[in-house]
Design a protein around this ligand. Sequence first.
Ligand code: T1G
Length: 692
Amino acid sequence: MAVVNYRVISGVARIEIDNPPVNALSQAVRAGVAEALARAAADPGVAALVLSGARGTFSAGADLHEVASGEAMAPPLASELQAALEASRKPVVAALEGHALGGGLELALACHFRIGAPGCRLGLPEVKLGLIPGAGGTLRFTRLAGPEAALESLTSGVALTAPRALELGLLDAVAEPLAEEALTFARAAVDEARPLKLAAQLKSRLSAGTPELFARFRERLAGRLRGQLAPALIVDCIEAACTQDAAEALARERAAFLRCRDSEQHRALTHLFFAERAARKVPDIPPGTEPLPVRSAAVIGAGTMGGGIAMCFANAGIPVSVLELNAEALERGLQQVRRNYAASVSRGSLSQGQADAALACIRGVTEYPSLAGADIVIEAVFESLPVKKDVFAALDAVAREGAILATNTSTLDIDAIAAATRRPGAVVGTHFFSPAHIMKLMENVRGPRTDPQVIASVMALGTRLGKVPVLAGNCDGFIGNRMLGFYGLEAEFLLEEGATPEQVDRVMEEFGFAMGPLAVRDLAGNDVGFMIRKNRRLPADERFSPILERMVAAGRLGQKSGRGFYRYEGRTRIADPEVVALIEEVSRERGIVRRRLGDEEIRDRLLAPLVNEGARIVEEGIALRPGDVDVVYVNGYGFPAWRGGPMHWGQVSGLARLIATLERLAPTHGERWGPSAALRRAAATGAFGRAP
Ligand code: T1G
């Protein structure tokens, strides 16, 4: 099947990339474009060229399977196509719609002109894959749009809208219908003998690329980098685009690209890219199962979670009712929602119009019958099984037949909740993460009786809400919280043995977490953490450290009380000797002689239990794949994406070392801390998997 279509229309050669699903620039596509360019150049009947994509999108860039192979790219390389484009004496117009990303945009930037459809998105997201734009993007984007825009766009990887791209000079026009307008634009370029613009040779914007600009940006980036390779190299290449000639800048970019392509960070981020897409697929759902329609939604509970969940629907343009049983609680919840939107507008992440449109989708109600028409109802009330069962019984009495009845519980038994209704097949878990309107993870949980169509519906809904959906089986803590329990407990055991909160948090923040475990506890509230721990269905002989309970008893609840594992001045955390004294008292009571712990021991003792429990979770089928566990932990628990997630990191860093760590923990912590059979099997076979 041709992957590039060629057709001459009134003297204009239209070259169309046609490589479903996203027009990735595979070797066949590159060869097809090269051949088409040569054909158009040789045809005296062709006066101009238009380069476009089929099926409503231009191109998602290089073929990630080819890039991930680590093999040298087979010719023709993107740079050869770009040389042919820039050498063309006939005007070449790129017609951009849908997505023009990565190598796709880089190809378009080597054309003389670019015209975009109003809804097209242009971006260089390579940094999200641990790469840098490797086909001239750091040079041409910078020389067209200027260094400030290049720094922001290339280090964030965020795509630009058509109007913004036009404003920056990346597009010469925005018009529709694109196909016709592109042909008209190409003919006009010929008729008016427009000078052929070569982005690589432009200089007008480079004066903004001062040493101060790059110094300031590097300083700003340092706080976010946490060991990442690509962002820093992108800054270097943009600076080269401003200070060196095109050939030197391109050579620097090439070297930097190859360094990133061969990095573990690129392998980790590519693993996650494909794992997120694999997680959307549920093998045992019959093929052709159509998701149920979700034309309207309802949320029970207008607290932090309920309000955030309602915002997710409103942001997707889905009308949503929010129920509280009294007007004051309802108004309090809706006030917080309004404050959230006002904050987004003031930050510039939403326009006032977008915020108003979203708020118009949200309706407050105080009576259950108001929920009767909703296609999905999500319960987000207090984390107590009896309370949730009452809510579902009331819901069962009013919700329309065929409605999805979802619970936002973070650990409770989905089947026990379903038992409170006459329709257990309609009951499913949709676990959002706070703040729900920001966190990407949607951990969907299937009960043993949940209907396959309901599962397919909430998985599709996750994507529609812009979330990262992952399906979990029904167990205590599902996937993420079941693993998190070990992480929080071990942090306290490390304190008992001699570590300080500052050391534990520093080690994990240097590993790449935005916040260490104890700072996270202070953020979430130590009383909340203690209540969740009491709710967990854990073995009777489970050993706990008394530290958390002592903290709560001492009123050290965390940021909200100004004191927790740290003392707080605003949001600034300050080491507090009183906490160390409290910890030392626990050590004495436990007869523990405190000692100095090394950073690597702290890191391995916090992460090995995650990998161990993750291996069990995959073996039990609670998670369908090890990649699902990685997707959960990166998108819901802050595991650094450029490390690939706990399961990927465990395999890369060495399972044997983690097994040895766990063997040392079991005697003092309890049997479930010892290396699982699943982990031992993974160490022996090289892969995590289902029980044999
Ligand atoms: N290569 C190969 N497959 C890709 C792909 C790509 N670039 N992009 C997507 N797919 C697959 C994806 O795995 C899925 O497969 C299907 O297409 C639909 O994707 C030199 C070297 C374009 C915004 O980072 O961001 O260019 O699961 O579910 O939600 O500088 O795909 O069906 O089997 O995501 O509509 C830079 C990556 C590459 C863009 C569409 N480009 N893609 O989102 O569909 S590096 C990117 C996306 C590069 C140069 C360097 C999104 C999308 P399956 P999907 P979507």
